[in-house]
Design a protein around this ligand. Structure first.
Ligand code: HAM
Length: 430
């Protein structure tokens, strides 16, 4: 090798992951629960390219995301291109493009990789997978109830209990009403929302100081009202936004979603949200970041010059979810894709082995054929290390007797079977 040539690193690019089979097994499990639950709720799957024109995000995705967190480049044709930092603008674009052909209410889901140039840290990476589920075409609270119930059902389908997670909800309209009640100008309200959005990140002292800087003498009362829900309720009692929030909570409770917490300081960074917003958190404080977040966005189609269609949905990331599941021992144990390792005994012709394996595969079994050329004992060790559950040693004796000894490596149990019994026997364990 040329001594001067710099060695290429084997580690992946900063903030992204390689998925070795054991890691991908977990991802696939997460995707399967997401997929199954969304389909059970009647959602249809869509997909798209991760490449989008940069302008798609400028209109309404929010300042921080666009100016600090996107991967944007100029292509060879001089176009500005962004790797999607979220799915919602793509979904809105797809719906605006075919709105006349689509049937509303529309329920769609997608599981895609998302790219954000963030400081990699616990719960935050530069590429993650995200489930997006959205409803288009429903103005009433039925949509909120369904989408929040769906979020809760997904967590339950992973084995979580109500006590394991908390659903924080708020409403942008309600915050507007509150700000109006304090005669806070629209410009100040926008800045105040930005401060609230960063509240956890900046800490209590900086939060209070920033609100004081912005609002002067009113700040103390505003901070207190945002902290004490009863005070807030009193202040905007009778407004349609407060009534809406109360009705949503009681409707969700009526369908069994009880781990709700009304959180007036929850704002969510995206500018497109118009009313109800929500985030779900792990109740274990070690996993601090949201598991999922979403809200109602009734006007996003306007950026395409189309008439608005009411919409609500959420994005659910795999990174914090994996920490959530690992912390509660809810992740499945890894096993290889193949259920049977076919060992070669003695110097049996490989063609015999291949033909036998093919017959078992046709019967529906995943079969790994030994290619190591090692002794049978070592072949079995390989099968065990690959986490293949069953082994069968195939040689002259088996060819003659047409009887096969199948061993379960986990339990040590052995069974002598005829060829046509093998597949069913092994599959009865999965
Ligand atoms: P979001 O809150 O930005 O919302 O992201 C949703 C979820 O994706 C977060 O709760 C988190 O689990 C995960 N997530 C986001 N950024 C990262 C990251 N850098 N690393 C790891 N996980 C991350 C949205 O993206 C909205 N578009 C969701 C939506 C759909 N609203 C309506 N429909």
């Amino acid at each position: 090798m040329n001594e001067n040539r710099k060695k290429i690193e084997t580690s992946p690019y900063k903030g992204v992951r390689d998925f070795y089979p054991e890691d991908w097994f977990i991802e696939k499990y997460i995707f399967s629960v997401w997929h199954q639950t969304a389909e059970r709720f009647g959602y249809s799957e869509y997909s798209s390219s991760p490449l989008e024109p940069a302008e798609l995000y400028r209109a309404k995705s929010g300042e921080e995301l666009v100016s600090e967190q996107t991967y944007t480049f100029t292509d060879r044709g001089g176009r500005e291109v962004t790797l999607r930092p979220e799915m919602t603008p793509t979904l809105a674009r797809m719906i605006a493009a075919k709105r006349r052909e689509l049937t509303f209410p529309l329920r769609w889901f997608s599981i895609q990789n998302i790219f954000r140039y963030e400081q990699p840290q616990k719960g935050r990476l530069r590429e993650h997978f995200q489930l997006n589920t959205d409803i288009f075409g429903v103005l009433g609270l039925e949509a909120e109830v369904e989408i929040i119930s769906l979020a809760s059902a997904i967590l339950k389908n992973f084995g979580a209990l109500d006590a394991d997670f908390e659903i924080k909800i708020n409403s942008k309209k309600l915050l507007e009403d509150l700000f109006v009640s304090f005669s806070i100008s629209a410009e100040q309200a926008k800045k105040l929302s930005q401060i609230l959005d960063k509240k956890e990140k900046i800490g209590r002292d900086v939060y209070e100081a920033s609100v004081k800087d912005l609002l002067g003498g009113k700040a103390g009362e505003v901070i207190y009202t945002l902290d004490v829900n009863d005070r807030l309720r009193e202040r905007i009692e009778g407004t349609s936004s407060m009534k809406n929030m109360e009705e949503l909570v009681s409707r969700l409770e009526a369908v069994g979603v009880r781990n709700l917490s009304f959180t007036p300081t929850l704002t969510r960074g995206f500018e497109y949200y118009t009313d109800i917003v929500f985030e779900v958190f792990d109740t274990d404080p070690a996993n601090r970041r949201a598991l999922l977040g979403g809200g109602r966005y009734d006007n996003l189609l306007e950026i395409f010059g189309a008439d608005p269609i009411p919409a609500i949905g959420f994005g659910f990331g795999d990174v914090t979810l994996k920490d959530f599941l690992a912390g509660r021992k809810l992740l499945p144990e890894y096993h290889a894709g193949a259920a049977l390792y076919l060992c070669r005994a003695g110097d049996t012709a490989y063609e015999e082995l291949v033909r036998f394996a093919d017959r078992l595969r046709k019967a529906g079994l995943g079969v790994t054929l030994d290619l190591s050329g090692k002794k049978v004992g070592d072949q079995i060790k390989i099968a065990d290390r690959l986490r293949i559950s069953f082994v069968l040693c195939f040689g002259e004796e088996e060819i003659k007797s047409k009887k096969y000894r199948v061993k379960n490596l986990k339990s040590g149990e052995e069974k002598i079977l005829r060829e046509e019994e093998i597949s069913e026997f092994i599959r009865s364990y999965s």
